[in-house]
Design a protein around this ligand. Sequence first.
Ligand code: CO
Length: 497
Amino acid sequence: MKRDIKILIERLRNIGYLSSINASLEWDQETYLPKKALDLRAVCISEMSGLIHNKFINLDAGGLLTKLHKSATSNKIKGKDKILILETWREYERARKLPEGFVRELSKTLSISREVWAKARKNNDFKAFLPSLQKIVKLMQRKAEYLGYKETPYDALIEEFEPGLTTTEVERTLNELKEFLIPFLKKVLALQSKVNGKKLRGKFPLQEQAEINEYIARTIGFDFEAGRLDVSTHPCTIGVHPHDCRITTRYKVDDVLHALGSTIHEVGHGMYEQGLPSEHFGTPLGQSISLGMHESQSRMWENQIGKSYEFWRHFYPHLQKKFPEPFKKVSLKDFHQILNRVEPSLIRTEADEVTYNLHIIIRFEIEKDMIEGKIKLRDLPDIWNAKYKQYIGVNVPNDSMGVLQDVHWSGGLIGYFPTYTLGNLYAAQFYKTMNNEIKNIPKLIEKGEFGPIKKWLRKNIHIKGKMHTASDLVKKITGEKLNSRYFQEYLIEKYGK
Ligand code: CO
């Protein structure tokens, strides 16, 4: 048995190396790849993905995985090895359930849809995207049938991003949050003092911006000997290996806060990747738990920490020194208020902490109805616009700024949106517990001592890999199930006074 486990780990590690190669190719594609090489790179990555997929299906060669799975379910194998086997089996089963012809059809449809969507968004033409979306939804419904589910086909799709979580649980949590957020938003808007956000505009040379972004990333704990910070159109984190994590940001010459927010967010993701146990590389024990758990790390650094008064008590003098114009004339208090300004808006990615989850709830409600066949896709713009009016209080002027704004659906990412909100909720719940366990976090932040926070996250979350599901880990760390109350309390404390 020991020998079989060793062989399985070798096979997984081998796949891990190929995935690292692919991740490096993707990073290069996002950052430095010459424009003319885009087509070639897409083919290379897709060939590589095929190779990885085949290797994954071949994990069972000689009946190895089947045999180990039997021993694990009958408790002949226990502990970490058992988890490694069961988790590998879960993913293997999912991969095996999808017929090859279906996978090919899906990947072909998606690669065309991305372009169709980009064009439709540019031309504000939902009708042009509609046939692609209809195809994708049908394929996703088929995918759910192949994979199987208990209550709704949406369950099968969420499982890919947030293993172990059911639609019913997500729905209950998001409804609870919605009931709180809609009236709370109105209250915050009435309370909020008027500070002019334009005060922070200026001219910020990119080189100087890069310096301060790197300085903050390093100070809060990103390890530059095991990672890089570069520029890309869409900020992202690509984990090649715990010793090699690539994060990216995006600079705007007139708005220094834009990049800082993205950088701190990606550093949160990056520290998770750097904190995974390298001795388990390639196996589930060396992988992050779920998208929601990943997002909890980025959101905690970006919001709970990176938008706190204490954080800027520490870093604001650095910012003022780097860019005396305009910051010498803006008090820390005003700066902090502008940074945390709540403003109902149309675009999800630009939303503040209070409205952000309403953007997600709208998407969740719509995509669940799409998959369950409860709405006609041609009515999507009307449904979208009505929800934006009702939940956030804004009028959507056109579909480009409305239902066409996100890339997700065109890429077949249905069941993905809820993980953003789950991340916010996990983050608030963890932060509360961390505050009870580490004394005086605000004081530490003010002094620029981020080590204890990083250490706590590493010990409780990063180093565990996939030892637990997200819901189990939340319970283990905080003593109770996922609960939106902590996030609500965080918002009330910060914005409700
Ligand atoms: Co993120």
